[in-house]
Design a protein. Structure first.
Length: 195
């Protein structure tokens, strides 16, 4: 049985920190561009929608909560309109059961989205079929799209106005950087809107 010890754990944490350093180098400009896009949409009365699977579904919900509640409870502010498309289990299970899982996010985009909104699609591989479909539907409707992916962007790269491709192929490090990017984007939106 292979050994796993404190040094092994430390090495993983250091690799995570390295990926975040690389993410800062590769993603700061597009993250600021994403924040401006979201701020402009919110200021014009639009909303932010987010979707993803598994850990990326959790990230979608986490980031929507940061927008609607606040990033820092010590700085209360008005809510910012954001919606995770991953939370309505009755809809998700009904639609997936009747029509398949690939359309669970695109159907919500088509039904709840409006021109001028923004959609963040989160997929570590960049190839999650339902997230790709949602971004495709969004673009057809005049909804701007931001993709948060791993290093090569996958199929989502072709459907995104802005690509935040974390320079890693390790799922946990990509997800750790996605939530860090989401936090700094939220903070930037707050600053841009002065809320």
């Amino acid at each position: 049985m292979p050994s796993f010890n404190t040094d092994s754990l430390r090495e993983i944490l250091l690799k995570s920190a390295e990926v975040k350093h690389l993410t800062a180098d590769h993603c700061s400009d597009p993250a600021m561009e994403a924040a401006r896009m979201i701020a402009d949409a919110l200021q014009a009365g639009g909303k932010l929608m987010l979707c993803g699977n598994g850990g990326s579904a959790g990230d979608s919900q986490h980031l929507a909560a940061e927008f609607v509640a606040t990033l820092d409870h010590r700085r209360p502010r008005a809510g910012l309109a954001a919606l995770a498309l991953t939370t309505d289990t009755s809809f998700l299970t009904a639609y997936a059961n009747d029509f398949g899982y690939e359309g669970v996010f695109s159907r919500q985009v088509e039904t709840l989205g409006n021109e001028g909104d923004v959609l963040i699609g989160i997929s570590t591989s960049g190839n999650s079929a339902n997230v790709v479909a949602a971004c495709g539907a969004a673009r057809e409707m005049g909804i701007k799209t931001i993709a948060m992916t791993g290093e090569d962007g996958g199929k989502l790269a072709d459907h995104a106005n802005i690509l935040l491709a974390v320079p890693s192929s390790v799922t946990m490090h990509i997800q750790e950087s996605h939530i860090a990017l989401g936090h700094v984007i939220t903070l930037a939106v707050e600053k841009l809107l002065e809320v």
